[in-house]
Write a protein that binds this ligand. Sequence first.
Ligand SMILES: [Mn+2]
Length: 329
Amino acid sequence: MNRLKEIENEISRHKKFLIASHRSPEADAIGSQLGLGRALRLRGKQTILYNRDGVPKNLSFLKGSDSVLNYDELPREVTDVELGIVLDCSNLERLGDKGKRLFGGLPTINIDHHKDNTNFGYINYVKPVAATTQIIADLIDYMGLEPDEPIATALYAGIIADTSSFQNENVSANLMAKAADLLESGANARSVIVNLYEREPFSKLKLLGEVLSTAKFEDGIVWAEITPEKIRRAGATQEDTEGVVGKLRTTEGAEVACLFKKLPEDTIKVSLRSKDGVDVCNVARNFGGGGHKVAAGCMVDGRMEEVEEKLLKEIKKEMDKLPGSANQG
Ligand SMILES: [Mn+2]
């Protein structure tokens, strides 16, 4: 039986759903959750939407975003939920500890586009397309529902975010057709762009200045550091550190961009981006992280200099695997 059919059957057979997406959510996670949640409610189902961290400020424009609850806000009746649906999440750990426990006891449908997904559900629909919202758009079509404006805008936001506004190599004709359908259904494209890209606090601009001024560029790798001192000098917040690695990646001749962010207790958060075919997910996996071929990340314990050295070494190894690289002979 086809997977969408299987999922549709399970949805028809049940009444109350707990729908979650990964901690530190972005537009693809929240968009999938809001889009599918609303579609199910339009079908007469009951839904509870869970995210460990709630909805980030820049996504609060999405209708229904206030219905996404964190663990403490969950109602007691969460016990009578029949089915879990986990979205945009490569493993259950990404729900946070309490979320993991919550879903551990529930039959769960796993819908995702991360290639390192662990297939933790009793039904797994894992497809390496650009965005989970693209899969949800397919599912909603399959169920014969016409997305209304809030659904269309939520799904469109996820597609925009996970393709960097149609700039990434994961853009396909199918995806464009899906995006066009969502616009047809009333997706508010302009408000998505304004909220995702044109609401940056000034402190973020200042932080970018601090970080980029000490960036380094060698052998096709561009990298930079974020430290608590830089954040303080810029008057910035943790949220302001989003997007810095994407800026590094725009450098001509950079095949890999790497951002090292110092967290408390000597842990470094490493964000990796690539172009021209380098698989940075392989690099991240060596350090217990994961992600996509062109965008991945990991947490590494150690001092900044040590972590940088280790990472740069692994990145070079990965670059050497590519045909045509200097070390291929
Ligand atoms: Mn995603």
